[in-house]
Design a protein around this ligand. Structure first.
Ligand code: HEM
Length: 328
C-alpha cells in the first residue's frame, strides 16, 4: 500500500465531543518546562485548580468510559483506516509519554524523600505512570506496518537519518528505571515486585511493537551509518520539534491540563475506532503475551487511573523539595 496525498486529504470526521486542536484529529503543541538530567532539579508539574475539577472539566468521556474494556475492532472491516488518525496517535501518544515520564520522575523523588503511607502513594503513582506509558506504546504503535513504513518512518528519517528514542529529553531522568535498575527505596516486597512487573511489561511491549513495525529489526539509529556530529542539545531539539514540543521555563502548571486534554481526545478516538487495525495479521510473540493483551483491554482504565493520579497531585508533594536524591 502507498499512502497517497488523496488518502491523507480524504474527509475525516471528528468523534462527537471532539474539541482538541482546531479540527478532526488535529495536533496541539505541547509546552513543557525544560527537561532535567537525572541529577538535576526538575520543575515540578502541578495543577492550579482543585484536583477533581480538572478531571471533570477536561476528561468527561474518560470518566464515563474508563471502566469499560477497550472496544475491539470497531472500525469497519473493509474500510481503510484514515492515515491522519495514526499520525495523531503517533504524535499525541508520544507527547503523553513525555508528560508521564516527568510525572514518574517527580513521584520517584517524592518516594525517595518520604516514608510510610506517603511513600506507598508515590510508588502506587509510579506504577500507574509506568503502566500508562505501556498503554501509550500500544496506542502510538497501533498503525499498520505499511503505514509505519510509508509515512511514519520516512518522516523521522527526513528530520535526521539516525532519529532515535534515546534523544527524548525527558527520558534521561527515568532511563535507569526502564533499563531495570530498581531504586534502593522501592518500598515493601510487594510494591517493588509490582513496579518491576510494570517495567518488564513496558520492555516487552517496546520489543513487541518494534517487531511488529520493523520486522527486519533495525532502528533508524542502528541502520544508519555514522552520521553527523552527535551534539546532544541539537538532537534533543530535533526530537522535541518533530513531536511538536516546546520548552518554556515556569510553565509547570500547564502540563497536567495538557495531559488531561490529550487523554480525553485519545478516549474519543478509541471509543470511535478501537485500537487495532482491521486484519493486521499475526502479531509478534511479545504482543500475544497474556499481560500485554490484558494491558490492551484495560487501556482506558489505565488512562483513567493516570488522569486521577495526575489531577489529584497531592498538595503535600509540593512541600517535598526536589533536591537530588540518589536513585541507587
Ligand atoms: C511506539 C513508540 C515508541 C516509543 C515511545 C519508543 C521509545 C523509545 C525510547 C524512549 C528509547 C530510548 C531507550 C533508552 O535509552 O534506554 C527507545 C530506543 C529504541 N527503540 Fe523505541 N520507541 C518506539 C517505537 C520503536 C519502534 C517501532 C522501533 C523499531 C525498530 C524501536 C526500536 C528502538 C531501538 C532499537 C532502540 C535503541 C536505540 C536506537 O537504536 O534508536 N522503537 N525507544
Amino acid at each position: 500500500m502507498n499512502i497517497t496525498f488523496e488518502a491523507m486529504a480524504a474527509k475525516l470526521s471528528a468523534p462527537e465531543g471532539w474539541t482538541f486542536s482546531d479540527g478532526p484529529y488535529g495536533l496541539e503543541p505541547l509546552i513543557l518546562p525544560p527537561a532535567a538530567a537525572p541529577d538535576e532539579e526538575v520543575e515540578r508539574l502541578r495543577l492550579a485548580t482543585t484536583p477533581g475539577d480538572g478531571l471533570k472539566a477536561l476528561c468527561p468521556t474518560l470518566l464515563t468510559h474508563g471502566d469499560s474494556p477497550l472496544p475491539m475492532g470497531t472500525q469497519s472491516a473493509t474500510g481503510t483506516p484514515h492515515p491522519r488518525i495514526y499520525w495523531f496517535r503517533w504524535i499525541t501518544g508520544h507527547q503523553i509519554s513525555f508528560v508521564l515520564w516527568r510525572l514518574l520522575i517527580q513521584e520517584m523523588r517524592t518516594a525517595a524523600l518520604a516514608d510510610g503511607a506517603r511513600q506507598a502513594r508515590a510508588i502506587a503513582a509510579m506504577i500507574t505512570y509506568v503502566r500508562g506509558y505501556c498503554s501509550m506504546l500500544l496506542y502510538t504503535a497501533s498503525c499498520s506496518r505499511d503505514l509505519y513504513e510509508t509515512l511514519i518512518r520516512p518522516s523521522m528519517f527526513l528530520v535526521h537519518p539516525g532519529f532515535s528514542g534515546t534523544w527524548a529529553p525527558d527520558f534521561a531522568a527515568v532511563r535507569q528505571l526502564f533499563r531495570g535498575r530498581q531504586p534502593g527505596w522501592s518500598g515493601s516486597g510487594d510494591e517493588a515486585a509490582a513496579l518491576r512487573r510494570a517495567v518488564g511489561l513496558c520492555r516487552l511491549i517496546h520489543s513487541g511493537v518494534a517487531a511488529k513495525l520493523v520486522p527486519a529489526g533495525g532502528s533508524l539509529l542502528q541502520d544508519t551509518p555514522p552520521y553527523g556530529t552527535q551534539r546532544p542539545e541539537l538532537l534533543g531539539t530535533l526530537f522535541d520539534t518533530y513531536f511538536m514540543t516546546a520548552r518554556r521555563p515556569g510553565c509547570a502548571e500547564r502540563a497536567v491540563p495538557q495531559l488531561l486534554r490529550r487523554l480525553e481526545a485519545v478516549t474519543l478516538d478509541l471509543v470511535e475506532h478501537g485500537l487495532a487495525v482491521p486484519g493486521e495479521g499475526e502479531r509478534p510473540l511479545e504482543l500475544r503475551d497474556e499481560d500485554v493483551l490484558e494491558a490492551e483491554r484495560d487501556l482506558m482504565g489505565t488512562m483513567l487511573r493516570v488522569g486521577e493520579h495526575a489531577a489529584g497531585l497531592d498538595a503535600s508533594d509540593l512541600e517535598l523539595q526536589p533536591q537530588f536524591v540518589s536513585q541507587g
